[in-house]
Ligand binder design. Structure first.
Ligand SMILES: [Zn+2]
Length: 228
């Protein structure tokens, strides 16, 4: 990231960076706060996830993985992976996170179209986000217009992926809260805590998408101002 004179995106990118840091701080603080509050129901988070999954007829392994907030659903191996701080925990935060990951597994089982598209599109996006900016920069310095355009097209794949991630994440949290409420895993009061954790996580995705869109707009701007 290099600064250009007369760059209308620079301030917006700094503001979005601020939003991203705020979101990460919020995830950390809400998670720390609600991981200390035990749910009245007394089940462990993986038991909750297992029960939600079997309610939808989804029978997949639930594993414990190393790391902090490394929880994820693996669509390739069809496994639910909960971080060591969530797996075995009886906290409100752990219930929210485990139910959210179960939400992704349910999306997959039901062939929820944004998730199916996201999984299918992932290789192109990973390739594009790694190679796109390099092609662009080399194109700028070498003065090769085709390389600049190719870099922009590649980077666009990463932007599309980031945008499609939003409905996937929002829907998983919506499914999580609905499941935690309908089967009374959490009381109304406890549900508020779980929702706070999931909302903070959603904000990190919003900030990441906003950043990707801004970077993309900035590349287009640089491409066009070069020609003038
Ligand atoms: Zn998610």
């Amino acid at each position: 990231m290099f600064y250009l004179g007369n760059d209308p995106f620079f301030l917006l990118i700094i503001l979005t960076l601020g939003l991203s840091l705020l979101a990460q701080w919020k995830v950390h603080s809400t998670y720390t706060r609600y991981s200390k509050v035990a749910a009245g129901r007394g089940l462990t988070a993986e038991e909750v996830a297992g029960q939600i999954l079997s309610h939808y007829g989804v029978n997949i392994p639930i594993n414990s993985v190393a790391g902090n907030l490394t929880d994820h659903y693996d669509p390739r191996h069809k496994t639910l992976n909960l971080s060591s701080g969530v797996y075995g925990s009886r906290s409100i935060a752990a219930y929210g996170i485990a139910a959210h990951e179960a939400g992704h597994a349910i999306q997959h089982a039901k062939a929820y179209s944004p998730l199916m598209f996201r999984n299918w599109f992932y290789p192109a996006a990973a390739f594009g986000s790694n190679l796109g900016p390099w092609l662009f920069i080399i194109g700028i310095f070498a003065g090769i217009a085709q390389l600049i355009d190719l870099g922009i097209i590649f980077f666009a794949a990463a932007v599309i992926f980031s945008i499609v991630t939003l409905p996937v994440e929002f829907d998983a949290s919506r499914r999580a809260i609905a499941a935690l409420r309908s089967d009374a895993y959490l009381s109304t009061q406890e549900l508020r805590g779980a929702k706070n954790v999931l909302d903070a996580a959603a904000l990190t995705y919003v900030a990441a998408t906003l950043m990707a869109v801004l970077q993309f707009a900035r590349l287009l701007f640089m491409r066009n101002s070069r020609r003038n």
